[in-house]
Design a protein around this ligand. Structure first.
Ligand code: SF4
Length: 368
């Protein structure tokens, strides 16, 4: 069976209702999302996603001058897919003092720095006072940069330690300079997988609740999905639908970031990780299903630069940023550079046939 929908010929029958719904402005449902995630007709799916992407972002693809700071690698959670965390007594475990963190950020070669992305493990000794001092010290060192800091997992950890609500914790962090929150820690919204892979971490309900609280406080956030390990296409699709539902309610997500699992040095190192097909299908599906998310990122560090360029034609509109010193994916064997210059990011976008546009944390255009 084949279908001619305007200029595109679609060979996969599962994509025909998807194309029809997209052209009539109807929302995709779970079955549609699963069909997209399973299709072998990658080019038809990609064309649908690219059309949607161009309708929102035109010829532009964005990036940010940012710096990634990991203030501690000590974490009590021990997730099976993580190569970054260390135990309290590990010889290469560390916890930066706020001053040390600020000094590192102040030495960043990126000028002007638009954003500092700050995440770390769930260190048993990290208090709210430490987090407040960390934000203040970094803000003093780089007043021009916005601070995108602390995943919902870290917010939950610190709130429990202090015996306060996550809403109160977020309010105090905002007072100290928190501008936005990253999307990490969501992993995959599947209780089946949480029990096996990350039992010590918060569940989907709690993750979504903390993001909703942030949105209520006018703290925009991102969302992620770690894919390419043990999850099924249905679990990927359900994850996207839960994010879309939450966005309908709280409207504070700025970007969805698909994170391809990096197996090396993890307890799942026997797994191969996702294929390029998996990545492009997920990026395109996210663009079509997450109709209320402004941005879909192609995170070059984990995807690789080449695939991230291709993803810009499969629904993605943003390459993340300069980063400077990426650690989390590189501990798990990422083979990309640990940072890129502005010129390199612009060249990647231009070579993909698109127009580079620098942005800030809130996805507003900046620069010339
Ligand atoms: S993924 Fe995050 S929460 Fe899990 S072990 Fe690693 S640092 Fe800790």
């Amino acid at each position: 069976m084949a279908c001619d929908l305007s200029e595109e010929r679609i060979g996969d029958p599962g994509l025909i209702p998807v194309a029809e719904k997209i052209s009539s402005g109807e929302r995709l449902d779970l079955g549609d999302a699963i069909n997209c995630l399973k299709t072998r007709d990658l080019l038809s799916l990609g064309k649908l996603a690219d059309k949607k992407r161009r309708a929102i972002h035109g010829e532009k693809a964005t990036f940010i001058r940012n710096y990634h700071l990991n203030y501690t690698n000590i974490c009590k959670n021990g997730c099976m897919f993580c190569a970054f965390h260390r135990g309290l007594d590990s010889p290469d475990g560390y916890l930066m003092s706020p001053e040390e963190a600020a000094q590192r950020v102040s030495q960043s070669p990126i000028e002007p720095l638009r954003e500092v992305h700050i995440v770390g493990g769930c260190h048993p000794g990290v208090s709210l006072e430490y987090c407040v001092e960390l934000l203040r010290a970094i803000k003093r060192a780089r007043p021009e940069a916005h601070l995108k800091a602390f995943t919902a997992v870290e917010v939950d950890h610190v709130s429990r330690k202090e015996g306060i609500s996550t809403g109160e914790c977020l309010r105090r962090l905002k007072e100290a300079g928190l501008d936005a929150m990253p999307g990490g820690g969501a992993e995959v919204f599947s209780e089946r997988l949480r029990e096996v892979l990350f039992p010590a971490k918060i569940d989907a309900k709690r993750w979504l609740q903390i993001h909703a609280q942030a949105h209520e406080l006018q703290i925009p956030t991102n969302a992620t999905l770690l894919y390419g390990h043990l999850e099924t296409e249905e679990e990927r699709a359900l994850h996207l639908l839960k994010l879309r539902d939450q966005q309908d309610r709280s409207r504070g997500f700025q970007a969805f970031i698909p994170l391809p699992f990096q197996p090396r040095n993890t307890r799942l190192s026997h797994l191969p990780g996702p294929t390029a097909m998996d990545t492009l299908r997920l990026v395109a599906t996210a663009r079509l299903v997450l109709d209320n998310f402004p941005s879909i990122k192609a995170y070059w560090v984990m995807m690789g630069k080449g695939l991230a360029q291709v993803a810009l034609h499969f629904g993605a509109d943003d390459l993340e940023g300069t980063i400077v010193q990426e650690k989390i994916a590189h501990e798990a064997g990422a083979e990309t550079e640990s940072g890129l210059t502005v010129e390199e990011l612009e060249a990647l976008i231009r070579e993909a046939g698109l127009e580079p546009q620098e942005r800030d944390t809130f996805h507003r255009p900046v620069g010339p």
